[in-house]
Design a protein around this ligand. Structure first.
Ligand SMILES: [Fe+2]
Ligand SMILES: [Fe+2]
Length: 263
């Protein structure tokens, strides 16, 4: 079993497909992850599930790998209040990142409406597309992802598979945006929509992973003084290097929402 605990999750799933269903039943979404190099043991550790659930999950995984082996079924132990999957609470700087996700999610939720709007109007509304690209590049990327990549992630092992997976999502998002711009230059409406939809699907899942898994895990590993440092550094971004950016793009999203609703 030890060998499988130290094996990349995709390898384990390929060899023992039943493991995919077991992980999914605990809300562990390794199956759609494109990277899949996280080790089985880390996948279990990083998720916010109770000790009893962890033991039960490992028992089921071990049974799937070694169906003929006698494995003792774990006996649930009395858990401390709060040790179950609980309401997510974040330190102030990580809560600020969760709050920034809200504005990004408003764009992601608008994508079906944007697609409808773009298809309905005979002339391609280039300004709307450019505004969306501008929001993604300046708010989602330059403000938010930069806080993650240049500040928060630096407190953790950059070679860890977890961070590599999150960075790979950021890179894929940037590729979608490049493709939107290319399609815009070619007046290719369907390709614009395709890449906006791709971006929305990618970021919806990415944000869910950060809110529910990555940030709570990071919070558990940060010391009080590191949380304070993060708070100060994020504050500096908001008030010095990226001053006024959040407010500007809040208005831009509101205008975009109004535009696609009223059309
Ligand atoms: Fe991210
Ligand atoms: Fe994020």
């Amino acid at each position: 079993m030890k060998a499988y605990l130290n094996a990349p999750i995709k390898e384990v799933i390929t060899k023992f497909p039943e493991v995919a269903g077991i992980l999914t039943s605990y809300d562990i979404g390794c199956v759609p992850c494109a990277v899949g190099t996280c080790l089985l043991k880390d996948v279990v550790t990083i998720h916010n599930i109770s000790e009893n659930k962890k033991a039960e999950l490992m028992y089921r995984v071990e049974k799937a790998i070694y169906p003929d082996r006698q494995i003792a079924k774990p006996v649930p132990v009395a858990e401390q209040p709060g040790s179950k999957k609980e309401v997510l609470r974040y330190s102030p700087p990580l809560k600020a990142l969760v709050d920034e996700h809200d504005l990004i999610k408003r764009l992601l939720k608008s994508v079906p409406g944007i697609a409808k709007y773009l298809r309905k109007n005979p002339a391609l509304d280039k300004e709307l597309v450019l505004n969306i690209v501008d929001f993604i590049r300046k708010y989602a990327d330059k403000l938010h992802h930069a806080k993650e990549e240049d500040i928060l992630f630096k407190y953790f092992d950059g070679n860890s598979d977890v961070l590599k997976t999150m960075l790979a999502d950021h890179t894929s998002g940037r590729e979608h945006v490049k493709s939107v711009v290319k399609a815009l230059n070619e007046n290719d409406r369907e390709s614009i929509i395709l890449h906006l939809e791709g971006y929305a699907a990618l970021l919806t899942e990415h944000i869910r992973k950060e809110d529910e898994i990555l940030y709570p895990w990071m919070d558990r590993g940060l010391s009080v003084s590191q949380v304070g440092e993060l708070f100060t550094k994020f504050n500096e971004v908001d008030t010095v290097t990226q001053k006024g950016v959040a407010e500007k793009y809040r208005k831009s999203i509101e205008l975009m929402e109004e535009q696609i609703i009223t059309e």
